[in-house]
Design a protein around this ligand. Structure first.
Ligand code: AP5
Length: 229
């Protein structure tokens, strides 16, 4: 099979439950590039009980954003690894204007051309319903929804047999705070990237296959586009 190359940063922007992780996982497998979820990196640090994890845990449990310098340090370290040389997908990063500005510098320094930024558009009622039904594979990261996309066997991943788990920040009161944080701190990034001419929008309420097809079209259109931000 012909190996496709991404050779750039793909940035998925959207509120909690918009489907960023679901699609990032698929695109990463298709292009064989890393799926870089700052949420997953932070949850991993919490599970391992590192100093960073102990600092991030209460912030994440309240549904607030972890400070920019912490997240940027984590991302810089991750991008220095060899597997990030041919492109990568950011899921949940950047989330503030300072994170986006710093990322522009990092991409320039590493020789990457303009990123492709995709905003997943989904209304709040759908988001709450999706997050309430979300279960994630503890091995491969595949996401399911017990209402709409249940696994074949309850609690077990169809792909690799991994145990499915629920996130502790998916309680309704925490999700409301995460949505508020998105509106307050992350929504302004839509304008930031629109002004730079790199923002694309997908209808995140379409089904998973339809969203995947829309993303494949966007990535295809971006091939050959050059230049820095
Ligand atoms: P993070 O882990 O990034 O969470 P999030 O952005 O809130 O997004 P989610 O993972 O909840 O949703 P998603 O869009 O990936 O949806 P999914 O594909 O799972 O962040 C968690 C916390 O970490 C933050 O609150 C913050 O504290 C901290 N943090 C992380 N990054 C940070 C940063 N850069 N700066 C500062 N702090 C940071 O889908 C959801 C459900 O819907 C699933 O059940 C799925 O199966 C289903 N679904 C998906 N697509 C569809 C579809 N098309 N149709 C029907 N169902 C669908």
């Amino acid at each position: 099979m012909l190996q496709m190359s991404l050779n750039r940063a793909l940035i998925f922007l959207g509120p909690p439950g918009a489907g960023k992780g679901t699609q990032a996982n698929r695109v990463a497998r298709r292009y064989e590039v890393p799926h870089l979820s700052t949420g997953d990196m932070l949850r991993d640090a919490v599970t391992r009980g590192t100093e960073l994890g102990r600092m991030a845990k209460p912030i994440m449990e309240r549904g607030e954003l972890v400070p920019d310098d912490i997240v940027l340090g984590m991302v810089e370290e991750r991008l220095s690894r060899p597997d990030a040389k041919s492109g990568f997908i950011f899921d949940g990063f950047p989330r503030t204007i300072p994170q986006a500005e710093q990322l522009d510098e990092i991409l320039k320094r590493r020789g990457f051309s303009k990123p492709v930024v995709v905003e997943f558009h989904v209304n709040a009622d759908v988001l709450l319903h999706r997050v309430a039904g979300r279960w994630t594979c503890s091995v491969g990261g595949e996401t399911y929804n017990v209402f709409e996309r249940p696994p074949k066997v309850a609690g077990v991943c169809d792909n690799d047999g991994g145990k499915l788990v629920q996130r502790c920040d998916d309680r309704p009161e925490v999700v409301k705070e995460r949505l508020a944080a998105y509106e307050r701190q992350t929504k302004p990034l839509e304008d930031y990237y629109r002004r730079k001419g790199v923002l694309e929008v997908v209808d995140g309420t379409a089904n998973v296959e339809e969203v995947s097809r829309a993303l494949a079209e966007i990535i295809k259109r971006a091939e050959g586009r050059d230049g820095h931000l």
